[in-house]
Every structure is written in C-alpha cells, then in structure tokens.
Write a protein that binds this ligand. Structure first.
Ligand SMILES: *Cc1c(COP(=O)(O)O)cnc(C)c1O
Length: 395
C-alpha cells in the first residue's frame, strides 16, 4: 500500500521515543509519573454533566447537528464574550462551534493557504499551527519566542521577502508551552502589522480563564480593528475540564468564520447537539468551579516551582496557563535533562525542543497531575538532586 507524501511531512513525534522509554520502565514494574500532557485531572462541573445526561434523552439531539451550531450556542458564546471581555459578536455570523478548538485550528489553514504560501508560527508552540499549515500545502516560518522579549515574537524582524508570501499569523496567549501572557499593547501591534501586510491573524486563547493571582487575560478581539483582520479560537477544554467532550469555538471576522464553516460543512457535521447544550450550561451556569480549579493549579504551580528551583532549574511561575516552563540546570540540553529524570527517578517532563528548536534549554511540566502523584513526583525529583549532591566532588 502506498500512502500520500503529505503523511511523510508529519514530523516523527518526539513522544514516540518517550513512550518507548515509559513502556520499558513499566514493563520492569517501575512507576512513571507524568508531567506530560496538559489534560485537566479534575472532573467537569456536575451541572454540565447533568445537562448532557438530560439532553442525551431528547430525540431531537439524536439527529445530525448543523455545522453552524445551535442558535442558542452561538448566542451564549456571544453573551459570554460581551460579559467577559466587552467584545460584541454577531451570533449569526461571527461565532462557529468546533469539535474541540484543535479541529478548527487545523482546518483554518486550508481556508487561507495555498501551496507556496507562508504562515508565521511561533517557536516553541502548540504543534497544530505548523501541522495544519504543512498539511494544507503551506510553509511555516518560525518566530522564536525568547525570554528576553517576554516570549513575544519580534514581528519587525520578519524579512520582507517572507512577508510577501505570508497570509497568516498565529498567536497564542496565555501561551502554551511558555506560560507567557500578552497585553493589549502587543495585540495592537499585531493588528497593525496584519493590516499593513494584508495578512490574517488567528489568535488561540484556550487559557484565558486559567489564571493566577488576580491576573485577567485579555481577548485579542478587544483591540480596535482586530475583527477586521482575525479570529480567536477558544475552548471549553481547559476552562471547564472538558477535554474529552470535544467542544470549542472560533469567533471574530465574519469572512474567516464563513470560510471555516464552508470548509467544515464538507467534512464534518458539526458538534453533537447534546454537547452544545452542555457547553451552554458551562458558560451560563455558576462559575465557582473555575476559581476552585485555578486555586488547585496555583498551589501545584508553587510546589512544582519550588522543587524545580531546588534541583537547579530556573523558574518564573506563570501568571496563566497549565504549564511551568523551566530552564534546565547548566550543562544539560532539554533532552538530556528530561531523559535523566525519566531514567533515574521515573519522572516524565517534556523537553522544550518538542515544541520547536527555540525550546532548547527548557522543559515543560503540566500542572494537570493529581495531588497524590504530585507529592510522590516532587519527592522523586528531590531524591535525584540528593543523589547528585552525593556524587559531586567535594572541594
Ligand atoms: C489544549 C489546547 C488547545 C486545544 O483544545 P481543544 O479545544 O481541546 O481542541 C488549543 N490550543 C492550545 C494552545 C492548547 O494548549
């Protein structure tokens, strides 16, 4: 059987190697504790689950949904954007439900890019921006995110010959994997840049509600003119612990929303209605769970940051997101450090280079690990350090 060349372009997944190591350890009966994937361990709020159960009994929800989604879903999203960000959206033309935001993030590339077109993609980043670009026949041009620029891309550094072919700019704040945040001043620069060079912006914002210490993340759409050039992707996954339910949304520029809807209507049949109804309940129901979850992550954040500092990493506790982006101790590469922790104490952290070459020198730890596992993992990390001290030459 012969497969398409398209599939060959998908980078060999770093995680294949890691998973092999984990399997080996487990086969030997050793425990591996994973700070790997960003998938909330806490349950979905019960009012949302109740709503799904009720909606599942209604035969109207057993039939095909419409791609454009239920009018009530689009209205609930528009009302939430108004209340949360002061952003007005037309539910009829500026809101589209997605089968998880990942689905829309992958598919939007097909709506904007032809062969030879460039998309500006942050490095390090959530892998789907580059994957969607490549599958659609486009070429990613990477914008390094560095600590000295607060992990914001240097838009002015993109060469004119690249810009001439660029049709799309990807942004993501609060950021995965760096945990960095962006203010309205940066979004304003980006909107101006997009207008000047006639390109679209896709801002991916699933962590806007996962924030700490009173920090409130803005929406990219709060900037004047943002809706002329772009859309924002959002998700129920991280805010309401609904990764398994697969529901998100794209909002903003009506032409881009329409293009994505047309594309999707030819491939999928939209989000199951019972899930849309549960998602409406998440937005309209009590929001206490969000603050409770953030309090749990905040406590974990501080525990993890402290132990990482103790073992020689440099850590800036993030204002938002589910991730700690830690600089590895001197004289290690990302992969070496991650491999050593996995081999010696059975703790899995992800090498920063898994998110792009500019991630070298960092590892990512997700805070979505149960408290019990967290306590064990932290004492294992500490024991790694104690062992290292023991073998250090004494002066
Ligand atoms: C988790 C995540 C998503 C995807 O969320 P789904 O809605 O579950 O598909 C999108 N973007 C980033 C940066 C993420 O970390």
């Amino acid at each position: 059987m012969k497969f398409s060349q398209r599939l060959d372009q998908l980078a060999p997944y770093l995680f294949v190697e890691i998973n092999k190591k984990i399997a080996e350890k487990k086969a030997k009966g050793e425990e591996v504790i994973s700070f790997g994937i960003g998938d909330p361990d806490l349950p979905t709020p019960s009012n949302v689950i109740e709503k799904l159960c009720q909606a599942a009994h209604d035969p109207a929800n057993h039939r095909y949904p419409e791609t454009e989604g239920l009018p009530q879903f689009r209205q609930a999203v528009a009302a939430w954007y108004e209340k949360r960000f002061g952003v007005a959206l037309d539910p009829a033309t500026e809101v589209l439900p997605l089968i998880g935001s990942k689905e829309g993030i992958g598919h939007i590339a097909f709506c904007l890019l032809d062969a030879g077109d460039i998309a500006l993609v942050p490095d390090p980043a959530y892998p789907v921006y580059a994957v969607g670009t490549t599958l659609a026949g486009g070429t990613p041009y990477y914008l390094p995110l560095r600590a000295e620029r607060d992990f914001l891309p240097d838009l002015a550094a993109v060469p004119p010959e690249v810009l001439a072919k660029t049709k799309l700019l990807w942004l993501n704040y609060p950021n995965n994997p760096t945990g960095a945040v962006a203010g309205l001043d940066f979004f304003r620069q980006a909107v101006e840049f997009a207008g000047k060079h006639d390109l679209a912006i896709c801002h991916d914002g699933p962590y806007s509600e996962v924030t700490y210490g009173g920090y409130q993340a803005p929406s990219f759409l709060q900037v004047e003119g943002a809706k002329k050039v772009g859309i924002e992707f959002h998700s129920f996954s991280k805010t309401y612990n609904m990764t398994g339910w697969r529901v998100g949304m794209a909002v903003g520029n009506a032409q881009m929303i329409d293009a994505l809807k047309r594309f999707k209507s030819n491939l999928d049949s939209g989000v199951p209605q019972a899930i849309q109804l549960a998602a409406i309940e998440a937005l309209n129901g009590p929001q206490d769970a969000v603050a409770q979850h953030n309090a749990v992550y905040l406590r974990r954040r501080d525990l993890v940051a402290e132990v990482l500092s103790d073992i020689g990493c440099t850590v800036e506790p993030p204002k938002a997101s589910l991730y700690i982006w830690a600089k590895v101790p001197p004289n290690y590469t990302s992969v070496e450090f991650a491999a050593e922790l996995l081999d010696q104490v059975g703790v899995l952290v992800i090498p920063g280079t898994g998110y792009g070459p500019a991630g070298e020198g960092y590892v990512r730890l997700s805070l979505t690990i149960s408290d019990a596992a967290l306590v064990r993992a932290l004492s294992k990390l500490q024991s790694w350090q104690d062992n290292r001290n023991r073998f250090k030459p004494k002066h």
